[in-house]
Design a protein around this ligand. Structure first.
Ligand SMILES: [Cu+2]
Length: 531
């Protein structure tokens, strides 16, 4: 749903129409555009543009601030591990960075709108020295990563107060799956604000290409980090964020950059929605997606898709190629998250310039990994969960209650497999996400589905039901599951689950919660309701 400030939406839209008149798109060579973006920003557009041909592709993409467009594609900055260690410093602070050629104020980990891409190997250690200069608390989460959720590891119940220096150490198991992950701040009540202001980036566990046939192991790879922003008076909007208001969608912080590829050369795209609240329904012109990993889980059977839906937090590693030279596009199609949800218009995200001699075809891979053992696991326990909301009060619930930071709500026994039946009683989709262990989707709306891999983020259809299985493997400690529209999480749609050796509540966990609640400033007290 519209997250806050429903009444002012019309006013904001009117303002954006005015601003929209000044939107400028630059040609690839930097010359001014022939045309100014037309139409009303934010209004659902008509048919997908993929059929509209090259002329449509020349028009600038509508944006909510003055942007440079069609510049050469740029990857985010990269940091690579060496000798088993990636060590870096995040000085988290308000700063001014450049987004699509415009100076914008926001929050950054290392000065940029998109955090650096951390490239690591299974078995590596990631050490981040995080200095918090935000003037408000924060913390850090490695999304989708199979690692310890406690202590100085992937602990989202840890509060990193403003003015403090914090060691973070992630020890990646040697059997962590290769693929595309991401990281972001995860302090309840401030998650939407901080991600939206800029606090997210991509993390890649290397090795996915090694699972491809030899002829494909050296294909060019591109990170496609999807993130949107709303700008007012030169700063990213951080209060009363309205997820349905007109927004500017970026790829790696660029608007409609141009990726140059050789004709019929296979490319690996690492698609990641690292934004706060909004969804993408991706489509390519002139090519399909061959999915080789979902949420950093290499697939048992490579599958082909014309469209991919990415709620916040979702990732797909895909292979693509364009057999014909010319201009092609990656766009997001119109998407509705439900009667009480948002409606997003079509937008072009990326232009692909295909040129040069056509390379010979290479056979597509058929399998990247064995099937998940969860499909045939013995189920030790079944749980029922209900995701709901009150659209009048903007409160969000799991099993009828908002997030309670003082209590462990669920205890799971290490080494067991559980089946969760998750019902969505609201009239909008909610992407379910759980930390530490991935899950296998076995049924949607009562119908069995064959999943080709595990995942960590799955949309719950509105007035629908998803059935999943997961195994509580190796790591103990308290962690969370929640809706990954982080506005919903901030407003209550999250729960604490403690994984313990004997399946009984752990004293240490209650101490962690007590400390967290003591460390939270009172105006950010983690009591869920909007504030
Ligand atoms: Cu939600």
């Amino acid at each position: 749903m519209r997250t806050r400030a429903l009444i002012i939406t019309g006013a904001v839209a009117a303002l954006v129409v005015l601003v929209g008149a000044f939107v400028i798109g630059l040609g690839q060579n930097g010359t001014p555009p022939a045309a100014v973006a037309a139409g009303t920003p934010g209004s659902p557009s008509g048919s997908p543009s993929s059929s509209q041909g090259a002329a449509a592709a020349e028009a600038p993409v509508q944006a909510t601030f003055k942007t440079e467009q069609r510049r050469p594609f740029e990857a985010p900055a990269e940091l690579r591990s060496a000798n088993g260690l990636l060590r870096t410093a995040f000085t988290v602070e308000p700063t001014t960075f450049t987004v699509a050629g415009a100076k914008v104020r926001g929050y950054a980990y290392q000065g940029q709108y998109i955090g650096p891409t951390l490239r690591v190997h299974p078995g590596d250690t990631v050490r981040i020295d995080l200095t918090n200069r935000l003037g408000e608390p924060t913390n850090l989460h490695g999304h989708g990563m199979f690692m310890s959720p406690i202590g100085i590891s992937d602990n989202v119940l840890r509060v990193m107060k403003s003015g403090t220096f914090n060691h973070i150490e992630w020890k990646l198991p040697s059997d962590i799956d290769p693929g595309t992950y991401w990281y972001h701040s995860h302090l309840h009540g401030l998650v939407e604000k901080q991600i939206f202001a800029g606090l997210s980036g991509v993390l890649i566990v290397e090795g996915l290409e090694e699972l491809l046939p030899p002829a494909l192991q050296t294909v060019p790879q591109s990170v496609v980090a999807l993130k949107d922003l709303q700008v007012k008076d030169g700063a990213i909007v951080t209060s009363n964020i309205d997820s349905s208001a007109p927004t500017t969608r970026t790829v790696n912080g660029q608007v409609d950059p141009v990726l140059s590829v050789q004709t019929n050369q296979t490319q690996m795209l690492r698609l990641a929605n690292i934004g706060a609240d909004i969804w993408y329904r991706l489509r390519l012109s002139g090519s399909q997606f061959r999915v080789i990993a979902e949420d950093a889980n290499p697939v048992a059977q490579v599958w082909t898709a014309d469209e991919l839906v990415l709620p916040p937090g979702k990732r797909f590693d895909v292979l693509v190629r364009w057999p014909q030279p010319g201009a092609q596009t990656l766009e997001t199609l119109p998407y509705s998250t439900g009667a009480d949800g948002d409606n997003y218009p079509q937008r072009r995200l990326l232009t692909v310039q295909v040129s040069g001699a056509a390379l010979p075809d290479i056979s597509w891979p058929t399998s990247m990994a064995p099937p998940s053992p969860l499909a045939t696991d013995h189920v030790d326990r079944v749980r029922h969960l209900v995701f709901g909301e009150n659209t009048k009060t903007n409160q969000f619930y799991i099993n009828g209650k908002q997030f309670d930071p003082t209590h462990v709500n669920f205890v799971a026994k290490l080494g067991t497999t559980e089946e969760w039946i998750i019902r969505n009683v609201s009239r909008e989709e909610h992407p379910f996400h759980i930390h530490v262990n991935d899950f296998l989707v076995t049924a949607v709306n009562g119908k069995p589905v064959q999943s080709f891999s595990e995942q960590d983020t799955v949309p719950l259809p509105w007035h629908g039901e998803v059935r999943i299985r997961m195994h509580f493997n190796r790591f103990v400690g308290a962690t969370v599951f929640h809706c990954h529209i982080v506005a919903h999480e901030d407003n209550g749609m999250m729960r604490i689950i403690d994984i313990t050796k004997d399946g009984l509540p752990a004293k240490a966990t209650q101490q962690t919660l007590d400390k967290m609640n003591r460390d939270m400033p009172s105006h950010h007290a983690m009591h869920g309701a909007g504030h």
